[in-house]
Design a binder for this molecule. Structure first.
Ligand SMILES: NC(=O)c1ccc[n+]([C@@H]2O[C@H](COP(=O)([O-])OP(=O)(O)OC[C@H]3O[C@@H](n4cnc5c(N)ncnc54)[C@H](OP(=O)(O)O)[C@@H]3O)[C@@H](O)[C@H]2O)c1
Length: 289
């Protein structure tokens, strides 16, 4: 039975891996205190103690705006640590599974990005995540990088996701604005966890775009969340949302406006379409009731 060590054990994706944990794998979920990505010696010690065959690294510094302020810390978690972990794993013939982001692209293409398209990160978060994934891929052909986007799912303590924010704003009756010029793909974390384990089982390595089907703009995503929340009886009625362009929010940080990923390579590898995020949204809202 393969022993899998999962880092970032208290995060969203780790929680979903824990929920689906199939009996043919033996899992150890380690949170930040037990497996801190900024402490190379601690990582080496844990690998020596636990001797996993696979490490799934879900830990990351994900606060995109704060990355511009906490530049060194975010770089150490998103770029330096994955490199160190990938090298430690390669030395011990452990497979490392790591997650990248759609933000590695600059948005200029305006049609879904394939794994072969050139990356051009626009901000510090994206640059750190790109450096991290590339280091993982360089360290061993056995290592696996899954780029994903707009990950959502139910979690017992995470209540600050985009879905929570939309529902909270609606319940408080506050005015809502959402952008019509920012496109990506919502991805259900349970699906991402299942694709990950299917790839590990199949012995795959390399880079994959791991997102559900159907790209949307933020505005449409927000409207669909509200409509489904009404269907799930979480809201009495869907309040209006004002469509705006991203320039309206006057952010100093550059964000790509189009980062829809093409998931054809992963779908071919798994032998089935990856499917829409809509059933996942319905499941999450049902759990929120
Ligand atoms: N969520 C998205 O929309 C999205 C989009 C694109 C890519 N991804 C990637 O997908 C992967 C999984 O994301 P997720 O949504 O599961 O993230 P998440 O819920 O934010 O979980 C990440 C976990 O990493 C932990 N962490 C932060 N710094 C750490 C450190 N120095 N050492 C050890 N653990 C640390 C966090 O702990 P604390 O809670 O203590 O900070 C958190 O529990 C990440 O690589 C992420 O970059 C996510």
């Amino acid at each position: 039975m393969k022993h899998i060590l999962v880092t970032g054990g208290d995060g969203l994706l780790a929680y979903q891996l824990k929920q689906i944990a199939p009996p043919d794998f033996n899992f150890s979920f380690l949170g930040r205190a037990e497996f801190d990505l900024t402490q190379k010696d601690l990582m080496a010690q844990r690998l020596a103690e636990l001797q996993p065959q696979v490490v799934i690294n879900t830990a990351a510094y994900n606060l995109v705006d704060r990355c511009e302020i906490e530049r060194e810390l975010s770089w150490s978690v998103n770029a330096t640590a994955p490199q160190q972990l990938a090298e430690l794993c390669a030395e011990k013939k452990i497979q490392l599974v790591h997650y990248g982001t759609d933000y590695v692209f600059d948005g200029a293409k305006k049609s879904p990005y394939a794994e072969t398209d050139a990356a051009h990160p626009l901000n510090h978060y994206a640059a750190g995540k790109f450096a991290g994934e590339q280091a993982v891929l360089r360290a061993s052909p056995q290592h696996l990088v899954l780029r994903t986007s707009w990950v959502f799912d139910w979690h017992p303590t995470q209540t600050k996701t985009f879905i929570h924010t939309i529902l909270k704003t609606a319940r408080e009756g506050r005015a809502m604005k959402s952008t019509t010029d920012q496109f990506s793909v919502p991805t259900f974390a349970t699906d991402l966890a299942q694709w990950t384990l299917a790839l590990v089982r199949g012995g795959a390595g390399g880079l994959f775009h791991a997102v559900n089907d159907d790209g949307v703009c933020r505005y449409d995503w927000a409207k669909i969340i509200l409509d489904e929340a009404v269907n799930a009886k979480l809201l009495a009625a869907a309040p209006p949302i004002e469509p705006v362009l991203s320039a309206y929010f006057n952010s100093t940080m550059r964000r790509p406006d189009y980062t829809v990923l093409d998931n054809a390579k992963l779908a071919k590898c798994l032998g089935r379409p990856l499917g829409s995020w809509r059933p996942g949204l319905k499941k999450m809202l049902a759990q929120m009731k």
